[in-house]
Design a binder for this molecule. Structure first.
Ligand SMILES: [Zn+2]
Ligand SMILES: [Zn+2]
Ligand SMILES: [Zn+2]
Length: 361
């Protein structure tokens, strides 16, 4: 069934459901009231980036000193309830090995847009549908928040608003009170509606009537309509929702220390490269071939994934060198190990020999 072209404003229909009527808005004809809007592909403006050379850098971190290793270990042991500090304090460090590794990270900051019909209580604002063609979804200026921060915002698409009566309250601005089903009063709880406390004594809470005024609606039987907030009319318009998202992907180069890679999520390293631009080019001339390949793969993936459904606003790639030191030590004639990793000098020690007195409940 085709909807007849109706006026943007029409009189409220009392006591019956108002017919659904709308004029398709030029450029938004596919948008049907009540249906959820879809994502809008951005216009094709995604030139490929060009490579640039890496600046010279000091790509090393100093070896962890014995004092620093012991200090980190003592702090770690101290943070574990009831562990004895003996092995950390008096254990003899026999070996320190460095297994420093690289972390590559690509952040792709995108904006996506969708449109849908929306309504809000009509407050007398000017109505502007059909006064001129509305701008396309990507022509509407929307200010993005701080770069690389997730955010979402709604704006009204200009020249799409019209006024319609509120269906929910049949344009009366009021709806029947749910608590008293519109009667304005409720059964008295004190006498269960009998009006009497005993055979002789009448209920003084309800003056013997068995019913009390409904407190939800102050006895009116109706409440303000929640949809139009009592305004009787709704402003109908096309709502544009812009969503900004930072899409982050990491790659950590394998290392042979025995420390699991996931552990490195919680630490930072020495930043070797930070490259921020509209679109980055994969790493060039980096000393580790695995990092170059990971960078090519991730940059390609992000371009494929995010340039179709969204608009890429900015990219940032970083390379960190994460220090990892494997420390071997002796305690009461036996050998143990622990790891010190990250700028934060986090410690991992699975075989700590003095954890006895705490039981996990
Ligand atoms: Zn009563
Ligand atoms: Zn009520
Ligand atoms: Zn209403």
């Amino acid at each position: 069934m085709a909807y007849p072209p109706g006026p943007a404003v029409y009189p409220p229909v009392m006591g019956m459901q108002a017919p659904v009527m709308y004029n398709p808005v030029p450029g938004y004809e596919g948008l049907v009231p009540g249906a959820s809007g879809g994502f809008i592909p951005p216009p094709p403006v995604q030139p490929m980036p060009t490579p640039d050379s890496l600046p010279a850098q000091d790509w090393s971190v100093p070896a962890l000193s014995e004092e620093a290793a012991r200090e980190a270990f003592l702090k770690y042991v101290g943070d574990n309830c009831c562990w004895s500090s003996g092995p950390a304090k008096d254990g003899v460090i026999t070996n320190k090995e460095q297994f420093n590794t690289y972390r590559y990270r690509l952040e792709t900051y995108t904006e996506s847009r969708k449109t849908e019909w929306a309504t809000k209580p009509y407050d007398g604002q000017p109505v502007n549908a059909f006064t001129q063609p509305p701008p396309g979804p990507w022509q509407i200026p929307v200010t993005p928040p701080e770069m690389f921060k997730d955010s979402v915002t709604d704006v009204e698409v200009p020249y799409t608003s019209s006024v319609k009566p509120c269906d929910k309250c049949s344009a009366t601005g009021k709806c029947a009170c749910v608590a008293c089903t519109g009667s304005g009063n409720k059964v008295c709880q004190n006498c269960n509606g009998s009006g009497k406390i005993s055979a002789e004594e009448s209920c003084n809470e309800c003056n013997g009537t068995g019913r009390k005024k409904c407190s939800d609606c102050s006895g009116q039987g109706t409440k303000e309509c929640e949809i139009c907030k009592g305004k009787r009319q709704l402003l109908s318009y096309i709502k544009l929702t812009a969503e900004w998202k930072n899409n982050v992907e990491d790659y950590v180069a394998e290392q042979a220390s025995g420390l699991k890679i996931e552990k490195l999520d919680s630490v930072t390293g020495k930043q070797l490269i930070k490259d921020t631009k509209y679109m980055v080019y994969p790493l060039m001339g980096f000393p580790d071939q695995n990092m170059i390949q990971a960078s090519e793969r991730i940059v390609g993936d992000h371009h494929r994934k995010y340039s179709q459904s969204a608009r890429i606003l900015q990219q940032q790639q970083t390379v960190e060198l994460i220090p990892i030191t494997k420390v071997s030590y002796q305690w009461e004639g036996k050998s143990y190990i622990y790891y010190v990793y990250g700028n934060e000098s986090k410690v991992k020690a699975d075989d700590y020999p003095a954890t006895c007195c705490c039981t996990i409940l």
